[in-house]
Structures are given as C-alpha cells and as structure tokens.
Design a binder for this molecule. Structure first.
Ligand SMILES: Nc1ncnc2c1ncn2[C@@H]1O[C@H](COP(=O)(O)OP(=O)(O)O)[C@@H](O)[C@H]1O
Ligand SMILES: [Mg+2]
Length: 489
C-alpha cells in the first residue's frame, strides 16, 4: 500500500468504518462543528487510542485548561495518562504558571503559530490535537494575513510528519474555507435540536484527500464513556446466503387465509386500529420463529417496559426472553431479543444500527417493528421517510430476514397517508379492524396483499384469547343479516 494511504484508527471503530479504515497517517485533519458538538471529546478519544497503539501524543489546548480537560476525561471514565497535555492560554496578569507557555493576548499571530509549531516539533509526537483554531483566527488582522499563517502552519506540521487533528469551532456560516482547503481531510459535526426529546447529532466526511470514505450524513451519540457513530445504511452492500426459511403462524386458519407461511426476505405490514390485536399476531410469528430455533428482534416503541415484558413472557416463557441485552447468559442462549426504543431519544441511524447488530451479530431471522407510527415521528421531521424505510426493507430482504411492521391507523385504509403509504413498499398486508353488530363490537381480519402466492380473499372473525389469536368463521353478508355469531364456525 502506498504510504500516503496508510490509515490510523480514531478510537471510534464505526467512525473508522465511515472513513473506510481511519484517518490518513501523517496528514492534517480538520474537525469542525459548533460548540458542544463533541470536537474535544473526539480529540481525546483519538489520543487515548494513540497511547494504546504506542504512539507519542500531544494535546495543545488554547481554550480549555488542562484541568478542565482532565475533568471531562474523568467524567467519561478515561485516563489521559501518557498524553502530553500543554496549555497555551492567554494568562490573567500576575498568575504564576510554570508549566504554561506564556502567551500575551496582544502577541502577533505569526508568533503564536511559530510557538505552536515549535512545541509540536519539540515533542516529536506522532499524534497531535490542536484545540481550537478559533483562538488563532481571532488574532488575525485580516483574511489574507490569516491565510498566510494557516499555510505556514500547515507546511511545518506536514514536514514533521505528525498525524494532526485541528479542532475548529464553527461560529459563522459559511465555515472556514481556508482551513478546509489546508487540511487533507475534513469532518463536520452537527447538532440539531428537535421539537421534542434529545438533540440529534450527525457527522459527515467533507473530504479525505486521496482516500475513500462513506459519503453522506451519519448519526452519532455521545454517552458517558463512549462516542458511538452509526454509519448510514447502504442496502446493496449487504448480502447473505442462508438456508431458506418458512415460518407458519401456528394458527392453522390464519395460515390458510394468508395462503402459507412467511418466507425469508419478505416484509409484512400488519395494519389496524389500536387494541385490535396487531402485536398479538406479530408475537405469534415471533413465538413460531423462536420455536424453530431462530433469533427474533422485537423493537417496541410504544408500550411500557413492564406491560410488554409480561405479555411477551406469557407467550414465550421466561427462558427465551432477553431484555435489552442486559440479561443474556451464556448457558441458555435466548432467542427473543426485546428492545424497548424511546422514540424521542433515538436517532434513525441508531435504530437502524441496533437492527443491524441483531441481524449481523445474532443472525436474527425475524425483525418486528411495533409500531412504525412512533418511529415515523422521528424521521418525519427529515422528510426522508420512504427512502429510509425502503433502504431498511431492502437490507432486511438482502439479509434474508423476515420483517413484520406493525402500523396503527384510526380509520379505513388510505394508502396516500402514513403508515399506510409504507404498505406500498411491503410485500404483504394484513388488515385487522373493528366492526359493529347488534350494538356489540367485533373484530375482523383479512389479507389485503400478498406478493408471492395466493391468499384467500375472505374476511374472518377474529378473537384474542389467553393463547393468542383465534380465527373464526368467514364473515359474509348473509351471516350478518342472520345475526349468527361469526365465531361459531
Ligand atoms: N460524561 C459525559 N457523558 C455524556 N455526555 C457528555 C459527557 N461529557 C460531555 N458530554 C457531551 O459532550 C458534549 C461536549 O463535547 P465537547 O467535546 O466538549 O464539544 P466541543 O469541543 O465541540 O465544544 C456535550 O454536548 C455533552 O452533552
Ligand atoms: Mg471543545
């Protein structure tokens, strides 16, 4: 491999995946974003990873003090041992600071750049972080002056052969193009407030000179002790060959109505109003899949933890249910993976990533999303609903996973509106509904669409019992008029 293409791990494996291997060794990268987007955090991860790899590491801070940085790292549970932490702060008058390079505020920009470069040269560090460039820009008289200094800094840093991260606080639009063009690679961090819930973070590789990377936006999250990046999904990059799989619901009458089993790679929408039995029917397939010895991922956006757990345990039995990854135990591998998702806190990228983990790490063959309505709320703001869902369904299909999507709708099916609009891109549609007779509310079920094979066109009575779903007799006009109970087969 040519030396300029050697890659360097960032300390965040999924970011390395987005960068198709990592940052460019011996090159300068710019990390830009507004205050609070996580630049400093990224810089710390990068150097901690360097120490792990045996590199000498230098953190030059022009904004936060070394103590503040140590406190941040401490809160994350990270140690900065081994990292050369150097403050280059403007000093309050008279303050003693033996470890600090004195920097009078009125000093020339060229002098500062000189000191910075000198400090890096002296350290001979392999990995360097400069936090942040804003302090340098503030000292510039004008843009030509600034540009000259940036070019000078770039030259000296490049000569040293260090792998440098320049952190830059973006305080204006457009961003600093001088810095962008001086750097070999640029990563932009963004934070968006949502109308409700946690802020949404996403990042994008703007450029990586002479290197491949995954373009577009990728969601990320900063948790205590962890920076998680969720590379966006490209369905066509994923393919899986695995044995054919067919799963019957286990309810004979329903399988007859549906015209056979669910097949690997198919997607099925279960639509109906609240409380009609959509989840119960979906869990029926989950149970059958688990009994066939396969893993199931069940993503629940709606119900509270305890209600949901007791419902699932009633169907599966305690031994099969693994709850949010917390009580997995090696002796009894559990096949049913219950994931409670809080729609106001998760990003679409993170959700898709957790689906992928179950598919790729646990070989899950059935994924249930219950319900899609709450999920739609998260992505509706971005107006990329159908493309995103399409990518997810294509991915599941390529991976030979069965998908069941539960969708609530209040009225008659209207395929111009969500979630019904989604039914256009699913293979099968099962519709559940209420109807009234003799002042009593009854339930009915029918299959509206099946892409492969034939289904029965009939509408049947539906009843929910302790054991799950029960399908009654065919409902037709004659029955209704005679007033016979539709469940008396
Ligand atoms: N211990 C922590 N646990 C979780 N999140 C944290 C923790 N410490 C900082 N953060 C998050 O990291 C962000 C600050 O990142 P930082 O790297 O300082 O941003 P920047 O350098 O871009 O201004 C904040 O939004 C904060 O929510
Ligand atoms: Mg910072």
């Amino acid at each position: 491999m040519a030396p300029e293409l050697t890659r360097l791990a960032t300390g965040i494996p999924e970011l390395d995946a987005v960068l198709r291997g990592g940052l460019l060794r011996n090159r300068i990268h710019l990390i830009e974003g507004r205050p609070g987007t996580g630049k400093t955090t990224l810089g710390l991860r990068y150097l901690i990873e360097g120490i792990k790899a045996g590199d000498s590491c230098l953190y030059l801070t022009l904004s936060e003090s070394a103590d503040e940085l140590r406190a941040t790292a401490h809160n994350h549970g990270w140690s900065l041992d081994g990292i050369d932490l150097v403050e280059m702060l403007p000093l309050p008058p008279g303050a003693p600071a033996p470890q600090t390079i004195l920097l009078p505020t009125e000093s020339e920009l060229s002098e500062l750049v000189d000191r910075l470069a000198e400090r890096v040269e002296r350290s001979g560090a392999a990995r360097v972080v400069i936090d942040s460039m804003v302090e340098i820009r503030l000292l510039a008289r004008d843009s030509a002056h600034y540009r000259r200094q940036i070019i000078a800094l770039r030259q000296r840093l490049t000569q040293m052969g260090a792998s440098v991260l320049l952190l830059d606080d973006v305080t204006s639009d457009p961003p600093d193009f001088d810095l962008q063009s001086a750097a070999h690679g640029v990563i932009a961090l963004e934070q968006m407030e949502r109308s409700f819930g946690a802020a949404r973070r996403r990042l994008r590789v703007v450029k990586l000179r002479g290197g491949d990377f995954q373009s577009g936006w990728h969601d990320y999250a900063i948790l205590t002790g962890q920076v998680l990046v969720f590379p966006s999904l490209i369905a066509q990059e994923h393919q899986r060959d695995c044995p054919a799989l067919e799963i019957c619901s286990g309810i004979e009458r329903f399988d007859a109505l549906f015209g056979g089993p669910l097949t690997a790679g198919s997607s099925t929408m279960i639509l109906g109003p609240s409380g009609v039995g959509k989840t119960t029917l979906a869990l029926q397939y989950a149970l059958a899949t688990v009994r066939a010895g396969h893993d199931v991922g069940y993503f629940n956006f709606d119900e509270s933890e305890t209600t949901l757990r007791s419902r699932v345990v009633a169907h599966m039995g305690e031994g099969e249910v693994e709850n949010d990854g917390s009580n997995e135990d090696g002796e009894h591998p559990r096949h049913f993976h219950l994931r409670r998702v809080n729609p106001s806190r998760i990003s679409p990228g993170e959700f898709i990533w957790s689906v992928r983990r179950l598919v790729e790490d646990r070989n899950a063959r059935l994924i249930i999303i219950d319900s899609i309505n709450s999920y739609l709320d998260i992505i509706r703001e971005e107006k990329s609903l159908l493309p995103q869902m399409h990518e997810l369904f294509s991915y599941l299909s390529n991976m030979k996973v069965m998908a069941i999507i539960v969708g609530a709708h209040s009225a008659r099916l209207d395929t111009s509106k969500e979630p019904d609009a989604l039914s256009i891109i699913t293979d099968n549609i099962i519709s559940l509904r209420y109807y009234e007779r003799d002042n009593v509310v009854h339930k009915a079920i029918c299959v509206l669409k099946k892409r492969q094979g034939k289904h029965a066109p009939d509408i049947h009575a539906l009843e929910l019992t302790e054991e799950g779903v029960r399908i009654g007799a065919r409902i037709d006009v004659a029955d209704r008029e005679a007033g016979a109970s539709p469940l008396e087969a």
